[in-house]
Design a protein around this ligand. Sequence first.
Ligand code: WQD
Length: 358
Amino acid sequence: VVEDNVASVVVLVTGGCGYVGTHTVVRLLEQNVQVVVVDNVAWTNDGTEGSKPKSLQRVEELTGKTVVFHNIDISNADALEKIFNSYRFDCVIHLAALKSVGDSCRLPLDYYRNNVAGTVTLLEVMKCHQVKKLVFSSSATVYGEPQYLPINEEHVTGQKVTNPYGRTKYFIEEILRDLCKSDPEWSVICLRYFNPVGAHPSGRIGEDPAGVPCNLMPYVAQVAVGRRPKLAVYGNDYPTPDGTGIRDYIHIMDLAEGHWAATKKILQNGSKGSWLAYNLGLGRGYSVLDVVKCFESVSGRSIAVDFVSRRDGDVASSYSDCSLASSQLDWKASRTLTDMCTDMWRWQSINPHGYQSN
Ligand code: WQD
């Protein structure tokens, strides 16, 4: 059984410089796990050339620990090979992916090449090196249009998925299922994120989308800090109490703890030959206007809104049933919407331009 305070575990985190990656790496380092990060930092806009991206430098400041970082694209088999020749990984946490729903509709081949083909390359190198334990960053989008609410892991996946990004996550889940069937030495846990938001309570790391934020919370935060004049609310004619879309927002720190809980489970020998999937959410929904009101109250700023037409592909309401993760991973999200908005606001007000702020 893996104790909470393990010293000898070595974990590879792909995409470890990003929003989910940095918060997950902090949690791993706090458990004395040795962390190696590979990231192509294609997204970074903090201007760092060559050295560690600022996000990872802040992770090191926060934890007082060192992270080994290699600027590598997971599609580069030779570069991955060198990493696997240098470290004995106990497992891999695979977060690296392109994640913009809108971009995926415009550039589907980029998404299939980077997310799907890139993952196959990673899996082939893992197989060669007998590293057969994987925690995979999946998404609630694999559920498509909810057939019932709350959504549990029995809900059908891959039907009516509304975008290529969501389909890449579904296809990868199925590739991993086939891999586990072909070789019982593999163990895989797919974590289906609902809507990760917020930031580390220190305000030193957080979400730093390049360009105009596609997601609600970072956009609201940028309005509050004065970077954007107002929020466009995509539809207030949904069949919901206030007409705006309902989602299951989960604090990024709860999500990071969910990754540690999954890593502990997958490192236990009993998990061999298993393919498992768990929802990571708060287990309740909040509307767009709930989020706006909460953010206004924690920031003391008013958020101007403009009601516009619905966004293609959006569903009215989506929220999770996370009882499986609670019983099998001994994990449950605990942070409230107020915690999410408070921590997001601290990050945004201290870093109005994200990691580019000095
Ligand atoms: C939330 C709500 C919008 C922006 C997406 C991806 C999902 C995951 C999380 C990667 C909806 C409304 C939003 C805005 C708005 N990403 N909204 N104005 O669409 O639930 O999920 O991000 O894993 O895969 O699909 O999140 O934050 O974009 O939208 O009114 O400017 O806010 O209509 O109701 P979504 P979101």
